[in-house]
Ligand binder design. Structure first.
Ligand SMILES: [Zn+2]
Length: 284
């Protein structure tokens, strides 16, 4: 009888012990979950208060292809002119190859905060405020779901063959980016007096912002020319400045984002040029 009672007692004790361990395990699981929750909360907080990348980090990031167009017209020759059919063939190739246009603001967020970009990102930019940027390029871009960046030299407002202020505002309304390309196309290396900085940069920037009601945070260098001093100074006005295919300044990488001038060429040649000029092994 006593033996049986002992056996029952042992069995009860075993069940109690099992229950105790199970309980401990459950508690452990619960703890793990709550730690996980804490981690994701921390991740969310650090996302918001993330430190911007240093110049060295920005310089080492893969470059996003940036295309630069000037004139889009038929019957003209030269590296600065692309025919209408040629331009459309470029857009068709980009769309067929799965490219997504991104804005300068998206590029800035990627460079400074490592914000994710869509697959196969590229930027398409237009210099010199030609009227066909509004009448031809923008509608074509929109039909492919792309958005462009238009760099305006403000001396051309409302002049023959150039965009009107109303057209510039309309581009901004349609989700394109309006940037500055100086007042009269004088190269930044020639701005010596503070008055020239005001005339070429500060005042036209303010005027453009007045036209669109949006901040003008992006600049394209006239003739693509810059030096270290001017790039540093432009950093006080703009989030990003766009150059051409010249070597980047590793100390101010945000103020010398490289672009390629797209000439009249086949879509295949453009794709090759994008791959050759912008090292981006994982995403192109
Ligand atoms: Zn220009």
């Amino acid at each position: 009888m006593i033996i049986i009672q002992n056996q029952i007692l042992k069995a009860v004790l075993s069940i109690l012990l099992l229950a105790f361990y199970a309980c401990q395990e459950n508690t452990g699981l619960k703890d793990a979950n709550s730690i996980q929750n804490d981690d994701s909360t921390i991740a969310k907080v650090s996302e918001k208060t993330k430190q911007p990348n240093t110049a060295a980090m920005i310089y080492s990031l893969p470059e996003i292809p940036v295309l630069c167009y000037h004139r889009i017209a038929d019957g003209k020759k030269g590296d600065y002119t692309v025919s209408l059919a040629g331009f459309e063939s470029h857009l068709q190739m980009l769309a067929d190859s799965g490219y997504h246009s991104v804005s300068p603001q998206q590029l800035y967020d990627y460079l400074v905060f490592n914000t994710q970009l869509p697959a196969k990102p590229f930027l398409i930019t237009f210099d010199d405020s030609r009227v066909e940027h509004f009448t031809i390029a923008a509608p074509m871009l929109e039909s492919y779901g792309f958005r462009g960046s238009f760099f305006i030299m403000t001396i051309t407002y409302n002049k023959k063959n150039y965009m009107t202020t109303q057209q510039i505002d309309s581009l901004d309304q349609k989700g394109h980016t309006i940037g500055l390309h100086s007042w009269d196309h004088t190269m930044v290396t020639k701005y010596v007096e503070e008055a020239q900085w005001l005339q070429q940069v500060a005042e036209p920037k303010k005027k453009l912002e007045g036209i669109t009601g949006s901040k003008v945070d992006f600049w394209a260098y006239p003739n693509g020319v810059y030096n270290h001093e001017s790039a540093e100074k432009l950093g006080t006005y703009f989030k990003l400045s766009f150059s051409l295919s010249t070597k980047r300044d590793s100390l101010v990488p945000l103020q010398c984002v490289r672009r390629i001038i797209v000439p009249e060429c086949s879509p295949e040649a453009l794709l090759k040029s994008m791959r050759r000029n912008f090292k981006q092994p994982t995403n192109v």
